[in-house]
Ligand binder design. Sequence first.
Ligand code: SMG
Ligand code: MG
Length: 369
Amino acid sequence: MKIKSVELRTIELPLVRPFRTSFGTQNARQLLLMKISTYEGGEGWAECVAMSEPLYSPEYLAGAADVIERFLLPSVFQAGDIHAEEVAHILKPILGHQMAKATIETAILDAQLKMAGISFGSYLGSSKPKIDCGVSVGIAPTIDALVEEVSLYISQGYRRIKLKIEPGWDIEPVRVIRKMWPDMPLQVDANQAYSRNDIELLGKLDPFDLLLIEQPLDEHDVLGHALLAAKISTPICLDESITSLESARDALAIKATTVINIKPGRVGGYLESVRIHDLCVENNIAVWCGGMLETGIGRAANVALASLPGFTLPGDTSASSRFFQRDITNPFVMHDGQLTVPTEPGIGVEIDLDFIEEITSAKKIITAP
Ligand code: SMG
Ligand code: MG
């Protein structure tokens, strides 16, 4: 395949309710969309999961757009005839920027699979037609507001609840939710808000039978997670710290994590995600698919990934309506706590171009030299 042009646009979708984590509150999802066109007449879509500010990860929207245009696309254009399987290798000399790299690889893979008539799910190794859905619940203004929000998701059928926590919003919300729903699969996510000094405090979560605690410490403190894991009984699950197959292997080797959250953007794409999945299957480590408030474009590919056999825990693969009133594709609608894996070629969803145009704040077309 030879890439002819790449369209980059920034869009903004309002969230149905503010989403608060330990690093900030989001009221809207601003994101970068990519459409590639090939000389063979193919088209591929992807979204970049970087947030507008570098708070979850060092990458951010405008930075991703810049590195894509300035460094990544020139390398891709120079490579000429290209397959998705070669993209990571071609981009390797440019360090970091996994989310930006994942966007290019995914758009090329979408175009390639659409041309070949193969769905993302079949290509990646899907083993089931439907996946179980979990939902991520932000830090609420009050315990009552939290109970109300969790009740709504449970009534909608979600099969696992994840509570965002931070110092001062941890033991009490977990205690209340666990008491109301004693059998609900429940987990927490701190987004790095604690330190090694908090081991005793985090141990107070042990009585609540949580599936896991996600990324309690700094992303660079992998050893700290191993020390914590040795002292508490709640399983540790790394998110931000896992940026590649190698980092997953190392974290498992020192027992810093016993469950892994795979986010394709964070690890450089779906192909690296499958490699991490395979490593975990070999080592009997449960994996689940994380979420980055994706629109239908990113969600479609995530749902396909989450249908691989090693994804044994429900992911942050919620319905479109969890975040958006209106999605930019045909919406993902949950039935009985599950989403159906798309089977059409490529990411397998219909793109609502009219709506995308309406919410586009910037657009740029980069043509191959
Ligand atoms: O897409 O359902 C989703 C969001 C899930 O909590 C979620 N993601 O650390 O796992 C995480 C966060 C990262 C994004 S928070 C702005
Ligand atoms: Mg997380």
